[in-house]
Design a protein around this ligand. Structure first.
Ligand SMILES: CC(C)(COP(=O)(O)OP(=O)(O)OC[C@H]1O[C@@H](n2cnc3c(N)ncnc32)[C@H](O)[C@@H]1OP(=O)(O)O)[C@@H](O)C(=O)NCCC(=O)NCCS
Length: 187
C-alpha cells in the first residue's frame, strides 16, 4: 500500500480520480464537489498495489493573519476511507503522511476542524487538539464559525516552523480567522 501525492487535482490519473470521487460520494452523498483552486488543493491517496484507492484526502493552503502576524496554514479536507477498508489503520496512515507532507511543503502550521468524536483519530496520527479554539470559516462578510449551533467540532493543529512553534500558545482558546472563502467554507 502506497501513499501517492499529486501537485494538482488534474494530475491524479483518471482511474484513481474516479475511485477517490466514489469514496467521497460514499462519505458525503451529493455534497462532495471540487475544491477552490485558490486554495491550491494537493490530493493524497492511499493505493493498494492492485490500484485500489482505500483512503483519500486533500491538503488546502492559504495565508492567515492571527494577532497581527501572517502564517502559511494548510488544512486537511475530505478525509475519507472506503467503507470496505475502514478500521484497519488506513485513515490514520494517510492523515499522518499528510502532516509530514504539510511540514515539508513549508507551511507554518496545519490547522482544521473535525467532529469531536474524531479527536482520537487525529491525535493518534500526531495532530493535537487546540482546546477552546474556534476556526472562523467563510468570509469576513459571511463568517462560518466552527462553534455555530448544531456543530460539535474541535480544532486540530500542528506547528511546524520555529516561529509557529514560538507562537503556538496564541492559537489556544481563541478564535482564528481562517476565511477560506465560499466554496470550502470550513476546510
Ligand atoms: C474517519 C475515517 C476517515 C477513519 O478512517 P479509518 O481508516 O477507518 O480509520 P483508522 O482505521 O485509521 O482508525 C484509526 C483510529 O481512529 C479511530 N477511529 C476511526 N474512525 C473513528 C470514528 N468515526 N470515530 C471515533 N474513532 C474513530 C479508530 O478506532 C482507530 O483507533 P485505535 O487505533 O485506537 O483503534 C473513516 O471512518 C471515514 O471515512 N469516515 C467518513 C468520513 C469522515 O467522517 N471523515 C472525517 C472528516 S473530518
Amino acid at each position: 500500500m502506497k501513499v501517492r501525492t499529486y501537485e494538482t487535482e488534474g494530475e491524479v490519473p483518471a482511474e484513481l480520480c474516479v475511485q477517490a470521487e466514489e469514496l467521497r460520494e460514499q462519505a458525503w452523498p451529493g455534497l462532495a464537489g471540487p475544491h477552490d483552486p485558490a486554495l491550491r488543493p494537493v490530493p493524497m491517496l492511499l493505493v493498494t498495489p492492485e490500484g485500489v484507492v482505500t483512503a483519500a484526502l486533500e491538503i488546502l493552503t492559504k495565508d492567515i493573519v492571527h494577532r497581527g502576524r501572517t502564517y502559511r496554514a494548510s488544512g486537511l479536507s475530505a478525509v475519507a476511507t472506503d467503507e470496505a477498508h475502514r478500521g484497519r489503520g488506513h485513515g490514520r496512515r494517510l492523515v499522518a503522511a499528510a502532516r509530514t507532507e504539510i511540514a515539508e511543503r513549508g507551511a507554518d502550521l496545519g490547522l482544521f476542524t473535525c467532529d469531536r468524536e474524531l479527536r482520537g483519530f487525529y491525535e493518534g496520527a500526531g495532530w493535537q487538539v487546540l482546546e477552546g479554539t474556534v476556526l472562523v470559516g467563510g468570509t469576513p462578510q459571511e463568517p462560518f464559525p466552527s462553534d455555530r449551533e448544531g456543530f460539535d467540532k474541535v480544532t486540530v493543529a500542528s506547528f511546524f516552523t520555529d516561529r509557529a512553534k514560538r507562537d503556538a500558545e496564541a492559537f489556544r482558546g481563541c478564535r482564528i480567522e481562517l476565511y477560506p472563502g465560499v466554496i470550502d467554507r470550513l476546510w
